[in-house]
Design a protein around this ligand. Structure first.
Ligand code: SF4
Length: 765
C-alpha cells in the first residue's frame, strides 16, 4: 500500500556522508526504483503503470528527453530508475484536496520546502485564493475561467501578462497555448528552456541554422568517439548510459569533461544485462577531464588549435559547407596556453590526450547539457563545440554530430510548437494565414525579463502551464516577491509545489491530467505527442484513470480560458477553440498546416515510434543560416577571476531529483544520504578555508550589484573536484544566482558559475 506523505521537513541532522561509488545503476537502481514506485503507487498500480511507460502503445516518460529505442527493440521495462520515480510522482495515490488546503494556510505552505510540498500528492480540484484570504478555497471551473478572463481583459495592454511553460507540456497543449497568447496580443512566452538550453538554441541557430541537435540514437551507438561535456547522464538522462554501452560494445571511446567524476560515466551496471547484475558492468569513460567550472570554452579552443596544428581537419567539408575558417584559424594561431591551463585547471598533456582521441576518431558525437549552457560565455562555448564538429566534418554523416541533451521530456517540442518569446517571422505569418487573426510582432519577455516586469509591476498577471516557477527561477527572494506583486497568478499543475505557496493578490490552482492518465476530453480517447532531443515525434496515451473526476486536460483548460476570454468582437473569437478543445486531431491538423515537417501528422503517429522531423544539416548538409553555410566563429578566451578566499559554485541536481521535483533525500552517486543542504568542496580548499568536513556554513554570493545573497545552513562535504570549485543542490542554492547574471546572447541564468564565500554558521560546528 502507498505510504503517507512525510509530516515534517527533512531532519538534516540525520545526514550521512560516504565515499561516492564508481559505478551506476545495477541492482541498487532497480531496488530504488521499485521502492519509490511502491511507496507512491502500491504494488499493483506500479506494475500496471510501469509496464506501459515508453512503450509504443503506452505513454511517454515525464522525465527527460532521451529518445526511446526503435519500436520493436524495446525492453519490457523501458525506463530507468529516475524514469520510474518521475512516473510514480505523477501516478501517486496521495491526494491534495480541499480538506488539505483548509488545514494548511498559504503561510504554512510557504514554510515548507519543495520536498515536503511535492510529497503531498496530486491536486484534485480547482482552488482559489481571494484577495486578503489566508487559505485556498474550492472554485468551480467556469468561475475560474471567467476570473482569468476578467483579469486579462482588465489589463491596459496584453504585454502586462506573462504566460510561462514548463517542458512537460504536450505539443497539442503548447500549440493552443501559444495561439491563445498570440490571439490575446502578446509574445510573452517565457519557458523553462530560457533557463537551460537557450544558449544551445542561440548558438546552433547562428552556426548551423537550426537550434536542435543533429544526431539519431543510431549515430550515438555507432560513433567512434563520444565527448560528454557538462552533462551528468547517470542522473539526468540515465537511459543514455545504455546507448553509451552499446557504443562501447561497437568499439567507441568516451571522453568525460566535467568538474566532478560522476558515477554515471564510470562503470555502468546495466540491469538489463547479466554483466550488469552480477558482473562489473561496462566502463564508460576512457578519459575524464576534471575541468574547472567555466573552463570548457578554453578547452575547446585548445583542441581546435591542436587539430589545426596537426592538420587533423576535414578540408573538403570545410571548403564546401562552411564560412569563417580563415578568421577562426587566425584567431587560434597564437593561443595563450598559460591562460588555457589557468581557465581549464588541466595540464597541456591532459588536453593533448583528448585532442589525440578526437584526431584519431573517424566519427565523433558531441554531447552537452547545463554544464556548458549556464555560464556567461555559454553561447560562445557551444559555438566552440560546433567549430570542432565543423573542423572534423562531424555533421550530416553516420556516427557523428551535435547532441545537446534536453532536460525536460517535451521542451524541444514546445519550442517547435511556437513557445518562444522571440518567434520567427515565418511562424507568425503562417499563424495569421491559418487562423485569420492578427498576431503581435514585437518580441516578448523571457524568464529573466518576465521576473523583472513582474517586480516593477509592468506585468500584472502570471500564468504558469506546468512547472514550478518560484523554485526553478534564479534569485529566489526577487522571484517570489515578483510573483506576490502580481494581481493574479494562475498555476496549471498536477502536483502541489512551492509556486502555489507564492501567490499573487488573487491566485488560482487549476489541476490537470497527467501524461499517465486517460484523457477523454470531448467524450473520446485523446492522445498527445511529444518531441525528444533527437527530433523524434511520437504519440503518448495515458492508461490510468484520472486522479480525480474534477481534473481537466491542459488542452481543455487553455481552450476554455480562450472561450471565456474572447468576446465575439475580438479577432480571437474566430479561432475554433471548442473544436480544438474536443478534437486533438484537429490541433494536429492545424499544426501540420503551420509548421513544416508535420505533414500527414495523424497517420505518421499511428506508426509505432512516430516520425523524425527534418533537420537540413543532418539530412543533407544544408545549413539554413544567413550565409547559407555552416559558420565557424571566433570568441575571446574568457577566464573568470575568483577573489581570494572565494569559490566558484555550480548548482546541480541530486540523484533523487528531477529539476525542482525532489523524489527523496539521498544522492547515492555522490555518497549522500538523508540530506540536501550540503556543499561539496575540494579537501584542500576546505583546509585552506579553515574548515573541516561536516562544518555548518552559510553560502554568501558575491556579485557586483551590492546585494548580499545568502543560503544558510549547509554541511561541508570534502569532495574531489578542481581547486576553487564547489557544488550544491538547487533549488536550495537558487537564492544565490543573481537575476542579472546571465549568459551573453541567451539571457540564461549562470547557475553553473556563482562566486561564493563560505561563512561558519553560528560558530560553524
Ligand atoms: S532516460 Fe529520461 S525519458 Fe528515459 S526513462 Fe529515464 S528519465 Fe525517463
Amino acid at each position: 500500500m502507498a505510504t503517507r506523505a512525510p509530516n515534517g521537513e527533512p531532519d538534516e541532522s540525520r545526514l550521512e556522508v560516504s565515499a561516492a561509488p564508481e559505478h551506476s545503476a545495477g541492482p541498487r537502481a532497480v531496488a530504488a526504483a521499485m521502492r519509490h514506485a511502491v511507496g507512491q503507487m502500491g504494488v499493483r498500480r506500479s506494475a500496471a503503470t510501469l509496464r506501459r511507460v515508453n512503450q509504443a502503445d503506452g505513454f511517454d516518460c515525464q522525465g527527460c528527453a532521451w529518445p526511446d529505442a526503435e519500436a520493436g527493440h524495446r525492453h519490457v521495462a523501458e525506463f530507468c530508475e529516475n524514469g520510474a520515480k518521475a512516473v510514480a510522482e505523477e501516478a501517486t495515490l496521495r491526494r491534495v484536496d480541499a480538506g488539505f488546503f483548509a488545514e494548511h494556510s498559504v503561510a504554512d505552505l510557504a514554510g515548507h520546502g519543495d520536498y515536503w510540498l511535492g510529497q503531498q500528492g496530486r491536486l484534485t480540484e480547482p482552488m482559489v485564493l481571494r484577495p486578503g484570504a489566508t487559505h485556498y478555497a474550492p472554485i468551480g471551473w467556469d468561475e475560474a475561467f471567467a476570473l482569468v478572463a476578467d483579469h486579462l481583459r482588465g489589463l491596459d495592454h496584453p504585454d502586462q501578462a506573462v504566460f510561462y511553460t514548463s517542458g512537460r507540456t504536450s505539443n497539442e497543449a503548447a500549440f493552443v497555448y501559444q495561439l491563445l497568447v498570440r490571439a490575446f496580443g502578446t509574445n510573452n512566452l517565457p519557458d523553462c528552456s530560457n533557463m537551460c538550453h537557450e544558449s544551445t538554441s542561440v548558438a546552433l541557430t547562428e552556426t548551423i541554422g537550426i537550434g536542435k541537435g543533429s544526431v539519431t540514437l543510431t549515430d550515438v551507438e555507432t560513433a567512434d568517439l563520444i565527448v560528454v561535456a557538462g552533462q551528468n547522464p547517470g542522473t539526468n538522462h540515465p537511459r543514455m548510459l545504455a546507448s553509451l554501452e552499446v557504443a562501447k560494445d561497437n568499439g567507441a571511446r568516451i571522453i568525460s569533461v566535467n568538474p566532478l567524476r560522476e558515477a554515471g560515466l564510470g562503470r555502468f551496471k546495466n540491469p538489463q544485462r547479466p554483466r550488469g547484475v552480477v558482473g562489473h558492468g561496462t566502463r564508460l569513460a576512457d578519459l575524464h577531464l576534471p575541468i574547472r567550472l567555466g573552463g570548457d570554452l578554453a578547452l575547446f579552443q585548445a583542441w581546435g588549435a591542436l587539430l589545426l596544428k596537426w592538420g587533423a581537419i576535414d578540408e573538403e567539408f570545410l571548403a564546401e559547407h562552411t564560412v569563417g575558417f580563415t578568421a577562426y584559424a587566425e584567431g587560434l594561431a597564437d593561443l595563450d596556453w598559460d591562460k588555457v591551463e589557468e581557465a581549464t585547471g588541466l595540464t597541456r598533456d591532459q588536453i593533448e590526450e583528448g585532442a589525440a582521441m578526437i584526431r584519431d576518431s573517424a566519427a565523433t558525437v558531441w554531447c552537452w547539457a547545463m554544464g556548458l549552457t549556464q555560464h556567461r560565455h555559454g553561447v560562445a562555448t557551444i559555438k566552440e563545440v560546433v567549430n570542432l564538429a565543423l573542423l572534423r566534418g562531424d555533421i550530416g554523416r553516420p556516427g557523428a554530430g551535435l547532441c545537446p541533451v534536453r532536460g525536460h521530456s517535451n521542451v524541444q517540442g514546445d519550442r517547435t510548437m511556437g513557445i518562444w518569446e522571440r518567434p520567427p517571422v515565418w511562424f507568425l505569418d503562417a499563424l495569421e494565414v491559418e487562423f485569420g487573426i492578427p498576431v503581435p510582432r514585437e518580441h516578448g519577455l523571457d524568464v529573466v525579463e518576465a521576473i523583472r516586469a513582474l517586480s516593477t509591476g509592468a506585468a500584472r498577471v502570471f500564468v504558469g502551464l506546468g512547472g514550478n516557477f518560484a523554485s526553478a527561477a534564479p534569485d529566489t527572494p526577487v522571484t517570489e516577491a515578483a510573483l506576490r506583486r502580481a494581481d493574479l497568478t494562475v498555476q496549471i499543475s498536477t502536483k502541489l509545489n512551492r509556486s502555489h505557496a507564492v501567490p499573487g493578490t488573487t491566485a488560482l490552482i487549476l489541476p490537470v491530467l497527467g501524461r499517465s492518465e486517460r484523457d477523454l476530453t470531448g467524450g473520446s480517447p485523446q492522445r498527445v505527442t511529444v518531441e525528444d532531443s533527437m527530433s523524434m515525434v511520437h504519440a503518448s496515451r495515458g492508461p490510468l484513470a484520472p486522479a480525480s473526476p474534477e481534473l481537466r486536460s491542459e488542452v481543455d483548460v487553455v481552450c476554455s480560458i480562450a472561450l471565456a476570454l474572447f468576446a465575439e468582437d475580438h479577432p480571437g473569437s474566430g479561432v475554433p477553440w471548442e473544436r480544438l478543445r474536443t478534437d486533438y486531431g484537429e490541433i494536429r491538423h492545424r499544426i501540420s498546416r503551420v509548421i513544416p515537417g508535420f505533414d500527414d501528422y495523424e497517420r505518421r503517429i499511428d506508426q509505432p515510434g512516430g516520425f523524425v522531423l527534418p533537420h537540413p544539416p543532418r539530412d543533407a548538409r544544408v545549413f539554413p543560416t544567413a550565409a547559407g553555410r555552416a559558420v565557424l566563429t571566433v570568441s575571446p578566451l574568457d577566464v573568470l577571476d575568483l577573489p581570494e578566499g572565494h569559490l566558484l559554485l555550480q548548482t546541480l541536481r541530486s540523484h533523487d531529483q528531477y529539476n525542482t521535483t525532489i523524489y527523496g533525500l539521498d544522492d547515492r552517486y555522490r555518497g549522500i544520504r538523508n540530506g540536501r543542504r550540503v556543499v561539496f568542496v575540494h579537501p584542500d580548499d576546505v583546509a585552506d578555508l579553515g574548515l573541516a568536513g561536516g562544518d555548518l556554513v552559510d553560502l554568501v554570493a558575491v556579485w557586483g550589484d551590492g546585494v548580499e545573497r545568502r543560503a544558510d545552513r549547509f554541511r561541508v562535504v570534502p569532495y574531489d573536484q578542481p581547486r576553487g570549485c564547489a557544488a550544491a543542490y538547487y533549488p536550495e542554492t537558487n537564492p544565490l544566482v543573481p537575476l542579472g547574471s546571465v549568459a551573453v546572447g541567451s539571457n540564461t541564468p549562470t547557475s553553473k558559475s556563482v562566486v561564493v564565500r563560505l561563512e561558519p554558521h553560528g560558530g560553524g560546528r
